[in-house]
Design a protein around this ligand. Structure first.
Ligand code: FES
Length: 200
C-alpha cells in the first residue's frame, strides 16, 4: 500500500537529463558480467504496482528470497523508469570494498545528492550484504556492467561503463579520474523483512 512506504528523501535529486538519457542509449544497457561468479543469474519474481503507477514514482516491493550470494537480481527492477541494481554481496565482495586499493573520488560518500543518509557508510547501504544502486553511469547515463571480483582493477569487483570507461566499485563509488563525476546513486529504500525490500 502506498501509505506503507516511505516518501522519497528530500535530499534525493529529481530526475535529470542524465536519467532521461538512459532511454536513448539503453541499447548499451544490457547488464553483463565477467567471471564465473556471476555466470548464472536466476529469474527472480517480484511484485509491483501497475506500469503507470511505477512511472509516476510508486514504490516497488521486491522479493529477494531466492537471490544467492554473488548474484545480481534479474530481471533488473525498474523504479521511476530507472534500472535498479540489487546485488547480494559475498564476503569477498565486501572485502574488496573494505580493503580497496582503488583511488576513489568520493570514498566516504560526502556528496549528499547521491545517497540517503542511511547509506553514508563504507557499504553505501542499510545492510552490507545488499547493494541497491540505480544502474546508471553518472557521466551520461549508460548502464554499467557488473564485473566480478578478480576481473576488475586490483582484483576487486565493480562496475564498468563501456560508453566512456568509467569505473565504480561494488558500493558504486566512482574511481577517480574517469568521466563519471560522482558515485552511483542509491535510491531510497527499506527492508520490510529480511528478504523483502521496498524501493521508493
Ligand atoms: Fe558512462 Fe560516459 S556514460 S562513462
Amino acid at each position: 500500500m502506498a501509505s506503507d512506504v516511505p516518501l522519497m528523501s528530500a535530499s534525493m535529486k529529481e530526475p535529470s537529463n542524465i536519467d532521461r538519457r538512459y532511454f536513448l542509449i539503453q541499447s548499451t544497457a544490457a547488464v553483463g558480467t565477467v567471471g564465473a561468479g556471476f555466470a548464472v543469474w536466476p529469474f527472480l519474481s517480484y511484485w509491483s504496482p501497475s506500469e503507470k503507477a511505477k512511472a509516476m514514482g510508486a514504490a516497488v516491493k521486491i522479493d529477494l528470497s531466492k537471490l544467492q550470494p554473488g548474484e545480481m537480481l534479474t530481471p533488473v527492477v525498474a523504479w521511476r523508469g530507472k534500472p535498479v541494481f540489487i546485488i547480494r554481496r559475498t564476503e569477498a565482495m565486501l572485502n574488496s570494498i573494505k580493503e580497496t586499493s582503488l583511488t576513489l573520488a568520493d570514498p566516504n560518500s560526502e556528496n549528499p545528492e547521491m545517497q540517503p543518509d542511511f547509506a553514508v557508510n563504507p557499504w553505501r547501504s542499510s545492510n552490507p550484504e545488499y547493494a541497491v544502486l540505480l544502474g546508471l553511469c553518472t557521466h551520461l547515463g549508460c548502464s554499467p556492467k557488473l564485473v566480478s571480483v578478480g576481473n576488475f582493477e586490483d582484483a576487486s569487483g565493480g562496475f564498468f561503463c563501456p560508453c566512456h570507461g568509467s569505473k565504480f566499485d561494488l558500493a558504486g563509488r566512482v574511481v577517480a579520474g574517469v568521466p563519471a563525476p560522482t558515485n552511483m546513486e542509491v535510491p531510497p529504500y527499506r527492508f520490510e523483512s529480511d528478504t523483502v525490500i521496498v524501493i521508493g
